[in-house]
Design a protein around this ligand. Structure first.
Ligand SMILES: [Zn+2]
Length: 339
């Protein structure tokens, strides 16, 4: 990829539907916070990096991937920090040419370290995102709140209740967490309720667990969007179900490579998913943790077998259609000119 091609991909108006705030933290900011708060962590970027970012020496396993979040959790120290982290996450997206962003965050994770109230954490993230939207009017954004399947449904109920009070900023709820040991079933009632209250719904499925998890998300939770979902390809029946339902997959290439979901780029299921008639979008998941950008993900996608600018173009349009605010997303990428 020449630098000209890279610049063109950065300038391409893009949509990211799957990006976690907690995985979008700037290394330089983390080093600064570690110093200012005298955390028992390295205060220089080079030494801190392997603790909070996937590096070449990390095994490509879910465990190694998730361990980084245990370190990141130590940085959620004040209202000002949380607001700043949200601001920077949006700022980084805007600088990469993302024109419509659905930024998800896990209120319980941000609140836990210091015992903050869920309501407060949501308002700080919202304020930081709003600060960035004002400074970067070229980016439009909506927030998604994530709840973890390995945590009590009652906690998720509180988060949904608070989200419903802020429908102007919060577009949807997302089910995240330990997909292998915790089925989606207990959250079915809550997801139905969230939908009735006006929230969109999406769920991580078919990432670290197989196609049955995708089936559950579609049939029990009633989601139209699936976070990752790439393991759907292990079952022709679930592929058929997803195709019939018009489900949209939020695919994140680098994340799948970093966590070992795909053993290499050439083995990633994305081309097979498209060939099977599934709808898919390209997203970052955790740009800080994976040291990636959405333009970089587009560049990676272009290296996939049989994957050219036509596929790229249809995925941007797919993302606009699948957005929780489709009219806003479409408007944001209206000037779409493909390289
Ligand atoms: Zn995710």
């Amino acid at each position: 990829m020449t630098s000209l091609e890279q610049t063109a991909l950065m300038q391409l108006p893009k949509i990211d539907l799957h990006r976690h705030l907690e995985g979008s933290l700037r290394l330089s900011t983390l080093a600064e916070i570690a110093g200012r708060y005298r955390l028992d962590l390295p205060r220089d970027v080079a030494t801190l990096r392997p603790l909070v970012q996937i590096t070449a020496s990390d095994p490509r396993t879910p465990r190694a991937f998730l361990d980084k979040f245990n370190v990141l959790r130590r940085f959620y120290l004040s209202p000002g920090i949380i607001r700043r982290l949200a601001f920077e996450a949006v700022e980084d997206a805007a600088r990469d040419g993302v024109r419509y962003l659905e930024l998800r965050f896990t209120p319980a994770a941000l609140a836990r370290t210091q015992g903050f109230a869920l309501r407060d954490v949501i308002s700080w993230v919202s304020a930081g995102a709003e600060d960035a939207r004002r400074q970067y009017p070229e980016i439009d954004l909506a927030l998604i709140v994530s709840v973890n399947r390995h945590e009590p449904v009652e906690l998720a109920e509180q988060v949904v209740g608070l989200a419903v009070d802020r429908l102007r900023e919060i577009a949807a709820i997302d089910l995240a967490g330990d997909e292998v040991n915790f089925p989606a079933e207990p959250f079915a009632g809550l997801f139905a309720e969230a939908r009735r209250a006006g929230l969109g719904i999406t769920a991580h499925a078919g990432e670290w667990s197989g196609p049955a998890s995708v089936r559950h998300a579609l049939e029990r939770l009633g989601v139209q969007r699936i976070g990752h979902g790439v393991r759907v390809m292990e079952s022709p029946d679930v592929v058929a179900l997803a195709r019939e339902r018009g489900a949209v997959f939020e695919v994140c290439l680098t994340s799948n490579l970093d966590s070992g979901v795909a053993a290499g780029l050439a083995l990633h299921p994305l081309p097979a998913m498209l060939a099977a008639g599934l709808r898919a979008t390209l997203n970052t998941d955790d740009p800080g943790l994976s040291n990636c950008t959405l333009s970089g993900e587009y560049a990676l996608a272009q290296m996939l077998p049989g994957f050219g600018s036509t596929e790229l173009q249809s995925m941007v349009h797919e993302a606009a259609t699948a957005a929780f605010h489709p009219e806003r997303a479409r408007h944001a990428v209206d000037a779409l000119e493909l390289v």
